[in-house]
Write a protein that binds this ligand. Sequence first.
Ligand code: ZN
Ligand code: ZN
Length: 183
Amino acid sequence: MTSAPSLGRFILAYDEFLQRSDLADLAPLIRGAFQTAGYTWLLDQNEAAAVQVYEGMTQAAAAVGEGVVNLAPSQHPDWVRLGLLAALITWCSGKSGTCTHVPNPMRPQPVAAAAWKPNLVVCDACRHLLSIPRGSAKDRTCDGCGVITEGIDHGDPIWPVSVAHGGFVYLVGVCASCRYWEE
Ligand SMILES: [Zn+2]
Ligand SMILES: [Zn+2]
């Protein structure tokens, strides 16, 4: 069993790896290693889950008149990147609670976790388990700085942000001063 400190070190190492400038050159090597090890099916399923997530995000964004913003890992603040990776890696190490469908990283499918519900990973059908009462203090809380906003009705909204890493989606709520992407 992996202890928490080594899990933390792995999260930081993986975060650094994802920000390597030569990541694009390494991708075919990693793919080759997976193929040699007989895990082509896992790569294929992972890719299918990632495509499904991207299409879902595109549709959801279009429904509110927006588009998907494509950012490199380094363009997200630490708290978003490390929050996502901590949720992902905790789940991969079998230490995360899940919905009753018990999504498993070895059976890739779109899954989601939220900054405001630590230690829970749900499948697409169970997204409602991550929802919080609309307009409640929790719903108006920024996951970046912890401020409780007045709410959208008072011109002080929290932006709901979905960040995807393959088929894994991490949800955060961001206040106006923590907003980190261009319109
Ligand atoms: Zn489920
Ligand atoms: Zn904030």
